[in-house]
Design a protein around this ligand. Structure first.
Ligand code: LLP
Length: 397
């Protein structure tokens, strides 16, 4: 990774261990920044993909803003140096305490997801004597091909409100001295591969914003959420500039609107690897298994979504290959990293890396099995440092 020998990290810090490349994060962020240059959009990194404060600091220094979904994420962004205006607060179930925290902090906007939430924000802002800007999250009913668990923009989903209800929410807050509607936002899901789907989403939101502005709103932000595609199989490349071309052409016709995006996965996925040690290999009735010291509590994506992550051994790969299932030590069959993949034969004590685990990796880790959460390392050229210690048993228990 960059100029650091990965094996050295396993020896120094033990396994399981997450390691991230700073260069990769910066490169991905800059490709978004470059793509939006001509249209002057805003980039709010979705903190939920990876909330390590040291990574957030890298992005902050690059000029990136943040999209948060909870008070915890807002605290992480704040710790990384974000001010209120650098933050937008999204999510379908914000508590009263979280909303009060966000109003005090003064976010760029809070995304409203229901009439009841609008009423609560109005009440809190009046009580706190604090002005707050909001956007309305719309459910645009757009379907595209992705995993069912990460599709969020169809009528059947819990997210956002219909265009009719957006109008009701605007009517409800328009007299408030404390709450001002400044945006329309949506997040229709992850892995949106087709640039025309993105443009269709932009067109829907712009049309709703135009309707509301004709009724007296002053909407400036059109927020298209996240969901920029990352190919875990490494067969397709992503050219941000090309991807945004149809959307950019549309925005050029509406200079009154500012484009906002909330990329998470694309910025950090490829920057991270999960390192693990081989504990045992075994054969059961002709099925070969490689048992490693990382488990589904460290990386749940294969178990939860059937996600594919490439796996590479850190040792010489000239040994004969064999079909093996790479599995963890927890007593359930969902505890796997890959089923029947072809890997050079490995021996106990050797190491492997699970690739592209920078997004939704550590952040979704748990203490299942009363296992401790792993450590995290940041690699920067020929240097590396610990950016989160491995949990102690006292913390895990
Ligand atoms: N904005 C909002 C409001 C979101 O809910 C999300 C992700 C994003 C932005 C960022 O989407 P991205 O660019 O990362 O695709 N745990 C799942 C992913 C769930 C993401 C949910 N929302 C996984 O491991 O694939």
């Amino acid at each position: 990774m960059e100029n650091v020998e990965i094996k050295k990290l396993t020896e120094k810090f033990g396994t399981p261990l997450y390691a991230y490349s700073k260069e990769s994060i910066v490169k991905e962020y800059r490709s978004f920044a470059h793509a939006l240059k001509g249209i002057g959009g805003r980039i709010h990194y979705a903190v939920k993909a990876n909330a390590n404060v040291e990574l957030l600091k890298i992005l902050k220094r690059e000029g990136c803003s943040f999209d948060v979904d909870s008070e915890g994420e807002m605290r992480a962004a704040t710790k990384a140096g974000a001010r209120g205006k650098d933050i937008i607060f999204t999510g379908p179930g914000k508590s009263s305490e979280e909303l009060a925290f966000a109003i005090q902090k003064g976010c760029r906007y809070i995304a409203v997801e229901s009439l009841q939430e609008a009423a609560l924000i109005k009440k809190l802002a009046r009580t706190l004597l604090k002005k707050i800007d909001v956007s309305i999250r719309v459910n645009p009913d757009i379907r595209f091909k992705t995993h069912a668990y990460i599709a969020t923009g169809e009528k059947k989903h819990k997210f956002g409100v219909s265009p009719q209800n957006a109008l009701r929410i605007f009517e409800f807050i328009k007299q408030s001295k404390y709450v001002r509607l400044v945006g329309i936002n949506a997040h229709i899901g992850c892995q949106i591969e087709n640039p025309d789907t993105r443009k269709l989403l932009a067109a829907r939101l712009i049309s709703i914003a135009l309707t509301l502005n004709a009724k007296g709103a002053a909407i400036q932000y059109i927020d298209l959420g996240g969901g920029f595609p990352y190919d875990y199989r490494h067969q397709k490349t992503f050219d941000a500039k090309k991807y945004f071309e149809p959307t950019a052409r549309l925005f050029k016709r509406y200079p009154q609107f500012t484009l906002v995006i909330e990329p998470g996965r694309r910025i950090v996925a490829g920057a991270g690897i999960l390192l693990a040690k081989v504990l045992y290999t075994k054969e059961n009735y002709g099925n070969h298994f490689t048992v490693i010291d990382a488990a589904m509590n460290d990386l749940i994506r294969p178990a939860l979504y059937g996600a594919t992550h490439r796996i590479v051994p850190l040792q010489a790969t000239s040994r004969p290959k064999q079909l093996t299932s790479v599995v963890g030590p927890i007593c359930e069959s969902a505890d796997f990293f890959a089923n029947r993949i072809s890997l050079p034969l490995m021996k106990p004590g050797e190491f492997l890396a699970v690739l592209d685990t920078g997004a939704y990796g550590f952040i979704m880790s748990s203490n299942y099995g009363l296992r401790r959460k792993p450590a995290e390392i940041l690699v920067d050229q020929n240097k590396y440092r610990l950016i989160r210690k491995r949990q102690t048993y006292e913390q895990a228990l």
